[in-house]
Design a protein around this ligand. Structure first.
Ligand code: AGP
Length: 589
């Protein structure tokens, strides 16, 4: 929800903090700030994005930075981080669930607060515990905090030293030629850290004299193995700029790189769990949940076993069905989504075998899982997931094919066509001219439906989510057969309905759905690869999809819908890279 960064660098750290915050901005962008320790401790923070820090400079090689997605307290200069208290400055990502009680205690002890945030409570508690030993003060100041945190703290009388701590919110430490760092995620350290290690829940990190040390809750040293940071070019991206459009254009390359990585992945470690599985569980959130739904359809179609597919938050609200030895597939682009992490950990507690599908190697989900399929989508910065969805579908199709092989010693017939996906994704761009016309016809739309049957239902849900997220038009994705059971009541003159139809066996039913909408004056768009319906459909707009074996069509059918949401967003004068109220990685429950 927020991004934190801290560093002790060889030279002035302002520029390093700023560059890191630009790469963290996708995690939240309603306010930002940094604190730099040189001769004095200088703090600069403002409402607004990281760009508001561009003019800030203070000499010093020890610093912390923060980009915020407001949870407690509206976006404002006062509520921006870092928070100062006594000699210390603090940045925080997470939620202090008992902040109100702690605040009342502190006010009763004479403390006065400058902000409405829960984070300032941590700053004050640490400041009150600080007697010169920053590590102990951070441990003591956090001791009664409930909820989640990743904090980075510096003290004005401890130049060259920084302490960080983590519980449930992600935190990594890294070191490179230019210094030592702590950060919310790995991509933001691209090009700066050569080696990285992850802090686990309850651990503390201290940077001093250029060294990085880890400690447990009792402040006993914890040995850590540092792994080589992902190649900088994998993660380096031009900060800012129109990321979503660029990431849609990267889909063919992302699919090609992901397929290459999959072909080098040995799935033998998960063979036994998959071979003996009588059913599977799948969990994810948002876009990743739609990928999990598509996976469930593919497994039921090809491996003939049921898949319980739940949004991660619901998985823990349901009666505990998963048992020891069963398989849970957890899908998460960031690998840091709190609900998905919690579901994976719960499944592990129950003795299940957890397979993670994620875009960030070294993320918390990879640490929690038994086996990982890591996508090679490259850094996905736009809040609206695009290329990561296509790559999730590829990974999950690959996993479904391996499951079929483990059970039936034969791969599904469409397996060999996986290699055709990058070219088919490129070919999907040719539908963009039709999509431009469709977007133009929808400039006045205030609500719309996305409809699909069978394997097209998850695609319809994903198309609707994209439109909601970035164009802020209400859109509902639903099984096409559900339309006449209620939602059809909303269809009247010009009401838009987008229909996906990639399965020949269901095409006639899809055409019936379009006719139901047209009969009530609705405006219909059909996305299909089927020649017959491209000619005969009653739809107002027909967008041709590239032809592939039907089971692989969802990987590319979504591409024109991703682009449609982008165009509708621009038509409304909105910023596709900074959708209102949203953050890229939801690391709080
Ligand atoms: C999708 O466009 C959104 N950014 C959001 O729904 C996202 O898919 C969801 O928060 C899950 O994120 P994850 O894949 O990193 O777990």
């Amino acid at each position: 929800m927020c991004g934190i960064i801290g560093c002790v660098s060889e030279k002035d750290c302002c520029g390093i903090l700023y560059d890191g915050l630009k790469r963290l901005e996708y995690r939240g962008y309603d306010s930002a700030g940094m604190a730099v320790l040189g001769e004095t401790l200088a703090v600069f923070k403002k409402k607004g994005g990281v760009d508001s820090l561009a003019a800030f400079y203070a000499p010093g090689n020890t610093g912390i930075g923060h980009t915020r997605w407001a949870t407690h307290g509206a976006p404002s200069d006062e509520n921006a981080h870092p928070h100062r208290a006594g000699k210390i400055a603090l940045v925080h990502n997470g939620i202090v669930e008992n902040h109100a009680a702690l605040r009342r205690e502190l006010e009763g002890a004479g403390e006065r607060f400058a902000s409405e945030t829960d984070s300032e409570v941590l700053a004050k508690r640490i400041a009150r515990a600080y007697r010169g030993d920053l590590l102990s003060a951070v441990r003591d100041g956090l001791s009664r905090a409930e909820g989640s945190y990743a904090v980075a703290v510096i003290a004005e009388d401890r130049p060259g030293e920084l302490v960080a701590a983590r519980r449930k919110s992600p935190l990594v430490a890294g070191k490179g030629q230019s210094g030592a760092f702590v950060c919310s995620d790995i991509p933001a350290l691209a090009g700066m850290a050569e080696y990285i290690a992850r802090a686990e829940d309850g651990e503390f990190v201290r940077i001093s004299s250029g060294e990085i040390e880890f400690f447990d809750a009792s402040l006993r040293p914890v040995p850590k193995t540092f792994f080589r940071a992902p190649q900088a070019e994998t993660w380096l991206f031009a900060a800012g700029g129109d990321r979503m459009r660029a990431e849609i254009a990267e889909i063919p390359r992302a699919l090609s790189d992901t397929l290459g990585a999959l072909r080098q992945t040995d799935l033998a470690p998960c063979a036994r769990a998959l071979r003996t599985a009588k059913r599977l569980f799948a969990v994810a959130c948002g876009t990743a949940y739609h990928a999990a739904l598509a996976f469930a359809y593919a497994v039921e179609r090809d491996a003939h076993i049921p898949v319980y597919c739940l949004s991660s938050g619901e998985f823990r609200c349901r009666p505990p069905l998963i048992a020891a030895g069963e398989v849970l597939v957890a899908v998460s682009q960031s690998g840091e989504t709190a609900d998905t992490l919690a579901a994976a950990r719960l499944a592990k507690e129950r003795g299940a075998y957890v397979i993670a599908v994620t875009n960030v190697g070294g993320s918390s989900l990879t640490a929690a899982a038994d086996f990982c399929l890591v996508m090679r989508a490259g850094a996905e910065i736009a809040v609206a997931a695009t290329k990561s969805y296509n790559c999730q579908l590829l990974c999950l199709n690959y996993l479904a094919a391996q499951l079929v092989f483990f059970k039936e010693t034969a791969l599904p017939p469409w397996y060999d066509a996986l290699g055709d996906l990058p070219a088919a994704a490129q070919a999907a761009f040719s539908a963009f001219a039709d999509v431009d016309r469709l977007a133009g016809a929808l400039t006045g739309a205030r609500a719309m439906f996305f409809l699909g049957r069978g394997q097209d239902e998850p695609t319809a849900k994903e198309g609707a989510l994209k439109v909601k997220e970035i164009s802020r038009v209400f859109a509902e994705g639903m099984p096409a057969g559900e339309l006449k059971h209620g939602p059809l009541a909303l269809v009247e003159g010009g009401f838009p309905a987008v229909c996906l139809s990639t399965q020949a066996s269901l095409a006639a039913k899809s055409e019936n759905t379009l006719a139901e909408v047209r009969a009530r004056g609705g405006y219909c768009a059909l996305f299909t690869q089927q020649q017959k319906w491209l000619k005969e459909s009653c739809a107002d707009v027909r967008c041709r999809l590239p032809a592939l074996p039907e089971p692989l069509m969802p990987v590319v059918a979504v591409i024109p819908l991703q682009y449609l949401a982008y165009k509708m967003c621009l038509a409304r004068g909105l910023d596709p890279d900074k959708p209102k109220n949203l953050a890229k990685s939801v690391t709080v429950e």
